[in-house]
Design a protein around this ligand. Structure first.
Ligand code: ADP
Ligand code: MG
Length: 399
């Protein structure tokens, strides 16, 4: 079945071919140990389906900014993948050039290899079209086909996730791409009535586009996290020393200045849980948002807001959640985020969660299996909800 009018691995025969498969193995690694392998597990069906091809996987990891950094090597991922697949995975210490060519030449159908981090080269993320194309061409060189299963990178016009599709044919979507797009498309087909979106996190400037789009699509948009304080500050509330960057504030000010936007569905917190910024025994306090004073840092939504938000969420027909409600890494400021996680789990409607922090919260709360769809891509799921499409998919062969 095609995905957004593009071919998938089900629509072409790749048997015996040398396949370059872009995956999203951008996993958290601490002291050489992978702390969450969800993204690796998510592409196992595609890897298994391609078991009669010469399969070479590539991915980015972290932000090495165009030069090699041993701490951002994909080597530990190759090892984990080997354990999950129960077969050998060759790790290639480069992603283009001689090492890749000779590794591929030695492979036979059924073999799997993983290339080194594509972001070790500046061409991967380069906005210079020539540089980006040249690197994509080098990536494509040893291969006969391209499969994109990197949903989490599909919103980026990077060489390995977008441009390379021009140099390989067929260029098709993998199975994870189909699952993700299927679940998010279903979300966008839901009626406005009973559609509740929850948007949190810190950066208004990153999420204002999706908030605008959700105000049209959803009946209610519940706002939490540090971005709520930026919205309040834009309306001249005192927010003390709560997190609010100039860029976030500017985005919030512009949002209120735009007469085109119907903001009637937007809901902001009415109380907060805050911490005194200075002093020995740093006091904590729960107050209405009208009572935040200089020297206080609002780090979570308060109990009145929690009650209001979770009541709306539990009764919803459709829920989309991205971004934590507060500084959830530091208890007790995780209460808002955990209460929202529990409410989304309790909701009988269609529920979708995207974004690393919100996904981590439902996992820590032990309710991940009660969510209809947990996306492997935060930025990509937001962009799909905003635009209804993604560049990495548009670059593939039309069905
Ligand atoms: P996401 O990763 O979900 O896209 P962001 O990256 O924008 O969201 O923001 C998440 C980060 O913001 C988390 O590390 C969280 O602790 C932090 N955060 C959220 N609310 C607050 C707050 N009120 N004060 C300080 N940090 C906050
Ligand atoms: Mg984040």
């Amino acid at each position: 079945m095609p995905v957004m009018g593009r071919k998938t691995i089900d629509d072409v025969s790749l048997s015996g071919k040398r396949v370059l498969c872009r995956v999203d193995f951008n996993v958290p690694i601490k002291n050489g140990q992978i702390t969450d392998d969800t993204r690796i597990r998510a592409v196992l069906p595609t890897i298994e389906r391609l078991n009669d091809t010469v399969l070479v996987l590539c991915s980015h990891l972290g932000r090495p900014k165009g030069k090699p950094n041993p701490e951002e090597s994909l080597r530990p991922v190759a090892k984990r993948l080997e354990e999950l697949l129960g077969k050998q995975v060759t790790f290639v210490e480069d992603c283009v050039g001689e090492k890749v060519a000779s590794a591929v030449a030695q492979m036979k159908p059924g073999d799997v290899a993983l290339l080194e981090n594509t972001r070790f080269y500046p061409g991967e993320e380069s906005k210079n079209a020539e540089e980006n194309r040249a690197f994509a061409q080098q990536l494509a060189d040893p291969f006969e086909a391209y499969v994109n299963d990197a949903f989490g990178a599909a919103h980026r016009k990077h060489a390995s996730s977008y441009t390379v599709a021009q140099f390989l044919s067929p260029a098709v979507a993998g199975l994870l791409m189909g699952t993700e797009i299927g679940a998010l498309s279903k979300l966008l087909e839901q009626p406005r009535e009973g559609f509740v979106a929850i948007i949190g996190g810190a950066k208004v400037e990153d999420k204002i586009g999706v908030i605008r789009s959700l105000l049209v699509r959803a009946e209610t948009v519940l706002v939490g996290g540090a971005m709520a304080w930026a919205f309040l500050k834009a309306r001249h509330y005192e927010i003390g020393c709560s997190l609010c960057t100039p860029a976030s504030l500017q985005a919030a000010v512009d949002f209120y200045a735009d007469a085109e936007i119907d903001r009637s569905g937007l809901v902001l917190p009415t109380d907060c849980h805050m911490l005194e910024a200075r002093g020995a025994g740093k006091a904590r306090k729960i107050v209405p948002v009208t009572m935040i004073r200089p020297g206080w840092n609002a780090l979570d939504i308060g109990p009145v807001t929690i009650k209001r938000y979770t009541t709306v969420i539990r009764a919803a027909r459709t829920v989309f959640w991205n971004g934590p409600m507060g500084y959830f890494e530091k208890p007790p400021f995780n209460e808002g985020t955990f209460a929202v996680a529990q409410a989304v789990a309790d909701c009988q409607g269609y529920t979708v969660i995207g974004g690393g922090d919100s996904v981590a919260a439902v996992e820590q709360a032990g309710v991940a299996d009660k969510i209809d769809h947990i996306s492997t891509g935060g930025g990509a799921s937001l962009e799909f909800v905003e635009f209804g499409s993604l560049p990495g998919i548009e670059a593939l062969d039309p069905a």
